[in-house]
Design a protein around this ligand. Structure first.
Ligand SMILES: CC(C)(COP(=O)(O)OP(=O)(O)OC[C@H]1O[C@@H](n2cnc3c(N)ncnc32)[C@H](O)[C@@H]1OP(=O)(O)O)[C@@H](O)C(=O)NCCC(=O)NCCS
Length: 174
């Protein structure tokens, strides 16, 4: 049975997370290359994990890490937020800074299509103090990730270069 849970650190998980990312994005249609994989571990995950608001939803099946989704509080001065301020149209700017940045979701191919991605998405966003979340994804609306985001209420805000920026209003915790 697959167990999805939320944590606020990646202690002892970095190599497994990198392996999930490698397997997910090496699958046909995703074109991951070895440099992307090293970049994920060293320049992305280890840089992001100490950030304010960092949290990660993990999915384990019989002790094996099969998927994850993570994000943190996006701030002006960070690479993605500054890039969006530079490249996205002005109506997107009001979303930026203090948003929850949904950075990555990945699931080993054999576990896809069984509702685990949906469960990780919901686990990651549950109870957040932020009033909005943002992400960038493929422009292709037939991609499983785009379908998942649309089902969850994300809406496209703008196309920026080869990606679509999406936003989601979050319920304010009562
Ligand atoms: C995106 C991803 C995490 C989705 O996880 P998943 O467990 O396969 O998705 P789920 O089974 O929870 O399905 C979620 C929704 O997407 C839809 N979906 C899932 N796979 C699909 C596919 N191959 N084609 C079209 N829709 C699909 C489902 O129908 C479901 O909608 P529904 O609840 O209305 O039926 C997974 O496919 C993945 O890791 N993909 C590769 C990595 C990736 O693209 N990451 C995002 C980068 S922006």
């Amino acid at each position: 049975m697959t167990r999805v849970e939320l944590r606020t650190d990646v202690d002892g998980l970095v190599d497994e997370l990198a392996d999930v990312d490698r397997e997910t994005f090496s699958a046909p249609g995703y074109d991951g290359d070895p440099d992307d994989i090293a970049r994920f571990r060293d320049e992305q995950l280890l840089k992001h994990a100490p950030r304010k608001g960092f949290r990660i939803a993990t999915a384990h099946d019989d002790g094996l890490l099969v998927g994850f989704a993570y994000g943190y509080t996006g701030e002006v001065g960070q690479w993605w937020t500054d890039r969006m301020l530079r490249l996205a149209p002005p109506d997107v700017h009001a979303w930026l800074g203090g948003h929850f940045e949904f950075v990555e979701i990945a699931l080993r191919p054999r576990w896809q299509g069984k509702g685990i991605g949906s469960a990780m998405h919901d686990c990651l966003l549950a109870g957040l103090p932020h009033d909005r979340a943002m992400l960038t994804t493929w422009q292709d609306e037939t991609r499983p990730a785009r379908v998942l985001y649309q089902r969850k209420g994300w809406r496209p805000l703008a196309d920026v270069e080869d990606s679509t920026v999406m936003g989601l209003r979050l319920p304010v915790p009562g």
